[in-house]
Write a new protein. Structure first.
Length: 306
């Protein structure tokens, strides 16, 4: 049997409808019927019973289907594995994230990726605030989804995948907690809880500024290494902290409030990978994440994972 005959036979056995089979195969009207007739003539048996309203497998057709379908599926899977192996989409891909909402996107993308590349495992792990690029540089990760900006000569920053509005995390009893929104100038009246570690100054200045847009100084107080420390310190009245507004969906707790900024630019998120670490696995996963993120962007936020 020729490949086009096998495909036409198996798909017609599934659909039991000539027009739908032709549409799925992208063939002109009558082509599947002609293919099946020629196959039946060559085999010397009738494979389908046909009437103007009904298509059904004959006993011979059912036997051929039951014997042929598993073998054809194995052939297709073997070809797919060979192609994936040739492209290098095998082994293990290690992906990092810096926030829970970034992790949600990666988990969804990993599910799609595994379906397409079953011989490539995906491991997802958190990257700490205090060392945002260390795991990539230590070859502990292949790529990660993180907050921008990123301007590192040894790292490649991919396209922005999504953005989140900003908020200010304040103690529940703070005067700002009773407001509908705050402005960047309000930061001059507060003390920031910020992060410390091996972090580029431009990244700190963007997320934890030292001056307001009008040039007023912003006090930096306690610094932390882990995100959960921020929440505890703010709840204890030790300061306030900027964050993505979406953090309220994941990290709300007694003693703190999330107040939206009305004039701060959004936080942008994108993929990052070593400049010398571009592999077929990385390229394929980047394509998958971009596809999933684009699809998610077209959905209402209420339907997205929170």
């Amino acid at each position: 049997m020729e490949r086009h005959e096998i495909e036409a036979f198996l798909l017609l056995a599934e659909e039991l409808h000539f027009r739908r089979t032709e549409e799925r195969l992208g063939l002109a009207h009558g082509r599947v019927s002609q293919t099946i007739k020629r196959l039946e003539h060559r085999l010397g048996v009738t494979l389908f019973e046909r009437t103007s309203r009904h298509v059904a497998l004959t006993p011979a057709g059912r036997q051929l289907h039951d014997d042929l379908a598993p073998a054809y599926r194995q052939v297709r899977e073997a070809v797919a594995r060979a192609v994936a192996s040739g492209k290098g989409v095998t082994g293990t891909l290690r992906v990092g994230f810096s926030s829970q909402w970034a992790a949600d996107l990666l988990v969804e993308a990993a599910d799609v990726f595994r379906e397409r590349h079953p011989d490539c495992a995906v491991q997802i792990q958190e990257v700490q605030l205090s060392d945002p690029f260390g795991p990539l540089r230590a070859n502990a990760l292949d790529l990660q989804l993180t907050e921008f900006p990123v301007a590192e000569p040894d790292l490649v920053a991919g396209p922005v995948l999504f953005s989140e509005p900003r908020a200010l995390i304040v103690p529940a009893q703070h005067p700002f907690a009773r407001r509908e929104s705050v402005g960047l100038e309000d930061l001059a009246r507060t003390e920031l809880v910020s992060v410390s570690g091996d972090i580029p100054p431009y990244w700190i200045d963007y997320h934890y500024p030292r001056r307001t847009p009008e040039g007023r100084p912003i006090t930096h107080g306690t610094t932390v290494v882990y995100w959960m420390e921020v929440l505890s310190l703010v709840a204890a009245g030790r300061g306030v902290s900027p964050a993505a507004l979406r953090a309220a969906q994941y990290h709300s707790r007694p003693g703190i409030a999330f107040v939206p900024f009305r004039d701060a630019p959004p936080i942008e998120y994108g993929l990052l990978w070593p400049r010398n670490g571009v592999t077929a696995r990385v390229r394929s996963f980047v394509e998958t994440v971009c596809e999933v993120a684009s699809r998610a962007a077209s959905e209402p936020r209420s339907n997205k994972a929170t």
